[in-house]
Write a protein that binds this ligand. Structure first.
Ligand SMILES: [Zn+2]
Length: 361
């Protein structure tokens, strides 16, 4: 099985530097190198949304654990203000495209995504989102379609993709489709275990895992989604660790954006705090295991959110929205781990793709 081939790099170094490594007969050092990537996308999380974690959480936010900070310009190929699919295509495929495109460039041609590129060199790959797993952002990491609205087709492409692990909502697009086809048998044929109870199982690296836990998007935090995002992120990390391979995991806090569209500050803050908790889990993993690059960013800001004074009362914050759509404010990028310094500066969103691949390869 391709994915179970561990990645080895032949490194030629003086014995004194790597004296603990095994020698083979050709005086070469054979060193197993894991280079894991955890990409956490807070959909719609601009600087004010991220800042909310500093004023509304009970503890110091996990965002504060990063020292390498940059900003990205998120405009799409055809619009000053991007949508989620053009934003995610830029990260996942390295090119700016038109709003609505999933894994296609501005000329509507399919371009390789990060999951395809990294799977080819032996990575395990996964996606987790609080939207449906076929929604714009996660879809860009495995699918190629001309419109994000084509979620039935996106689900079909997930079944045959290189993804080893997925969790989120979206049963509607797998078992309640316009063409009446049930995609579960095909997923199982491709090695997936569907909707296992993560409380009672130990991950098996010889299997793939799919979790579809809602008809469409997952419940909101205010509706008691609970620990879905951190818990499934932890299970995915356990699974990948057991595989012994390097891995790429994309985790999306999808509903920060939905709260911004709703101009609902209470909803937004609850989603940001849940996302920050998940960021903390990724950071704990990276600090413990090493060789893990953690990147936190967003595809765009949503709602023109601010944490301004309440009519001149400087002791009170009044969370306020300027719009019910996206904005083009620059987006903070936080990075930790090997190569994190590459993410400093101000640059275009599609440059994220090459920065990650330079470190992964
Ligand atoms: Zn978005």
């Amino acid at each position: 099985m391709k994915k179970l081939i561990r990645i080895y790099f032949m490194i030629f170094v003086p014995l004194a530097i790597l004296s603990s490594c095994k020698l083979n007969n050709h005086d070469e050092e054979l060193v197993e190198v894991h280079q894991n990537i955890i990409l956490l996308i807070g959909d719609g999380m601009g600087l004010s949304e991220l800042s909310a974690a500093f004023y509304y959480g009970n503890t110091e936010p996990n965002f504060a654990r990063f020292n390498e900070i940059g900003f990205v310009n998120t405009s799409s190929a055809k619009h000053k203000i991007t949508d989620s699919s053009a934003g995610a295509t830029a990260f996942a495929c390295g090119e700016k495209t038109y709003n609505g495109a999933v894994g296609l460039n501005a000329d509507s041609i399919a371009i390789p995504n990060m999951v395809e590129v990294l799977s080819d060199i032996g990575y395990f790959t996964g996606i987790i989102s609080t939207s449906s797993v076929t929604h714009a952002t996660p879809a860009c990491f495995y699918a190629h379609v001309e419109s994000r609205a084509m979620q039935d087709e996106i689900a079909k492409q997930l079944v045959d993709s290189d993804i080893d692990f997925f969790a989120g909502g979206g049963t509607n697009y797998f078992i309640n489709r316009a063409d009446s086809i049930n995609l579960y048998p095909q997923l199982e044929k491709n090695g997936f275990l569907i909707n296992q109870d993560i409380e009672s199982i130990v991950p098996d690296e010889n299997k793939k895992y799919g979790f579809l836990l809602a008809e469409d998007g997952m419940p909101t935090m205010l509706e008691n989604r609970g620990n879905f995002l951190p818990d499934y992120t932890k299970f995915a990390l356990d699974y990948f660790t057991k595989s012994g391979a390097s891995f790429f995991l994309m985790v999306e806090g999808s509903q920060i954006d939905w709260a911004g569209h709703d101009n609902n500050a209470e909803y937004l803050i609850a989603e940001v705090l849940d996302f920050d908790k998940t960021v903390g889990l990724a950071m704990d993993y990276a600090e413990l295991i090493g060789n893990t690059l953690v990147i936190v960013l967003a595809d765009h800001e949503t709602g023109g959110f601010t944490l301004a004074t309440n009519d001149g009362d400087y002791s009170t914050i009044k969370p306020t929205f300027a719009s019910n759509g996206h904005s083009t404010t620059l987006i903070p990028v936080l990075a930790y781990g090997p190569g994190a310094e590459k993410f400093k500066g101000i640059y275009q969103n599609n440059e994220i793709f090459n920065k990650i691949l330079e470190i992964a390869k």
